[in-house]
Design a protein around this ligand. Structure first.
Ligand SMILES: [Zn+2]
Length: 186
């Protein structure tokens, strides 16, 4: 597999993952790490985040998505990209996720702090995906895409994100609504 050849020169300037070769097993390096995205999400409440950090992350996300398109079979170009392709991309990213999301059948379903390990899959946390879509949506228009045709703003994507949020809230015993509205959180 020439896909696995490390032809791209990785930059080690930051702990954030540079977009890896897509389509190979990259268990140790995910394109969008939860830690990164979580930091971005958390940064909205802390003044320590700089715009350039967001811009860097946005550029990395955009590169990852473009690489995903290049490796897509059949090949996809940006103008051909629809909300359905964005959903495909989000599901593809789940294999790099680090957030345990319990199945309905798991005894720990709905427990915020399960007492033991279980075989439920790791996924991208909703907050990571939500922030990612926001960055890609902006990047799409910065790269000349028309706002009305922005696949990252597609209705299907919004619905998918809402479903992921609601399911993860139930599966992990977290209420995002309460977290957001609760005055005792800040
Ligand atoms: Zn479980």
């Amino acid at each position: 597999m020439d896909l696995a050849s490390p032809s791209t020169n990785p930059t080690y300037s930051s702990p954030v993952i540079t977009s890896p070769t897509i389509g190979t097993t990259t268990s140790s390096s995910s394109p969008i790490t939860n830690t990164t995205a979580t930091t971005t999400v958390a940064a909205t409440t802390s003044p320590s985040s700089t715009p350039s950090r967001y811009e860097n992350q946005k550029r990395r996300d955009w590169n990852t998505f473009c690489q995903y398109l290049r490796n897509h079979r059949p090949p996809l170009s940006l103008p051909m990209c629809s909300g359905a392709h964005v959903l495909e991309f989000l599901r593809y990213l789940d294999q790099f996720g680090k957030t345990k999301v319990h199945n309905h059948t798991c005894p720990f379903f709905g427990l915020p702090n399960p007492p033991a390990p279980c075989p439920c899959p790791l996924r991208q946390a909703w907050g990571s995906l939500d922030a990612l879509i926001g960055r890609l949506r902006a990047a799409y228009e910065e790269h000349g895409g028309r706002p009305e045709g922005n696949p990252f703003g597609a209705r299907a994507v919004r619905i998918y994100l809402r479903e992921v949020r609601d399911f993860q809230a139930k599966a992990r015993g977290v209420s995002y609504e309460k977290k957001r509205k609760g005055p005792n959180q800040r």
